[in-house]
Design a protein around this ligand. Structure first.
Ligand SMILES: C[S@@+](CC[C@H](N)C(=O)[O-])C[C@H]1O[C@@H](n2cnc3c(N)ncnc32)[C@H](O)[C@@H]1O
Length: 206
């Protein structure tokens, strides 16, 4: 079956669920697609790299945010937690190609099949999801400064991408910029003047 804004058709994924550049949530307390069929799936175990402590941290933060951008969703492990807990829209940004320097290791799967299909199977039923299948910097260009409450960054961890992500997204968050894998990214962040605070479990906040 195909949902109101897209989904599977004859094995092919249509991209109609991706909203065009409308993204300014400042005046929209809750942006949900009321036409999307009610999700029937409950929370599930999704492969990814965030531990329970970090997911709990994310859940608590998400409850207090009216809109969230996640950069780096993979199969939807952290996305699911954000979607379950945020009363407003969660924009999931990922090109689903795997991180540049992990395509022969941890993200090799992304070179063998379309990870987006697994992401969509896992979390595509949430009414408050807007999937943005594109690069992080491209996605950021659709948002105005201060237009989302929280930006959670868990994309590519090499220096070039860490710095590009911070430069692209910091001004877009109104309340909180945070992310995962502090140890891997704090040097690159420091180089461009951002001191990230350790909030436990690999979580960082700006
Ligand atoms: C560490 S994984 C995300 C893990 C996920 N948050 C979880 O809980 O399992 C990093 C993701 O970022 C995506 N990614 C890497 N660089 C990107 C970029 N420049 N633009 C968009 N997505 C990117 C990869 O495709 C990958 O899915």
């Amino acid at each position: 079956m195909e949902g109101a804004r897209g989904g599977m058709r004859g094995g092919e994924v249509t991209m109609r669920h991706i909203k065009p550049p409308i993204v300014d949530t400042r005046d929209l307390p809750v942006l949900v697609d009321e036409n999307k069929p009610e999700g029937k799936k409950s929370m599930r175990e999704i492969q990814g790299w965030m531990g329970q402590e970090s997911l709990k941290w994310l859940a608590n933060k998400a409850k207090t945010m009216r809109s969230i951008v996640e950069v780096g969703s993979w199969k939807g492990r952290s996305t699911q937690t954000l979607l379950e807990n945020c009363p407003g829209t969660v924009f999931a940004v990922d090109h689903f190609l795997g991180s540049e320097d992990e395509r022969t290791s941890t993200h090799k799967e992304a070179t063998e099949r379309d990870i987006f299909l697994e992401f969509w199977e896992n979390v595509g039923h949430y009414k408050n999801l807007v999937a943005m299948r594109m690069s992080s910097v491209k996605a950021a260009s659709f948002f105005r400064p201060g237009s989302v409450d929280m930006v959670f960054i868990d994309g590519c961890h090499n220096k070039e991408n860490v710095q590009a992500d911070l430069i692209a997204w910091v001004s877009i968050a109104k309340v909180l910029v945070c992310g995962h894998d502090l140890g891997q990214i704090q040097g690159a962040a420091k180089e461009i003047g951002y001191t990230l605070r350790d909030d436990g479990g690999g979580i960082w906040v700006l």
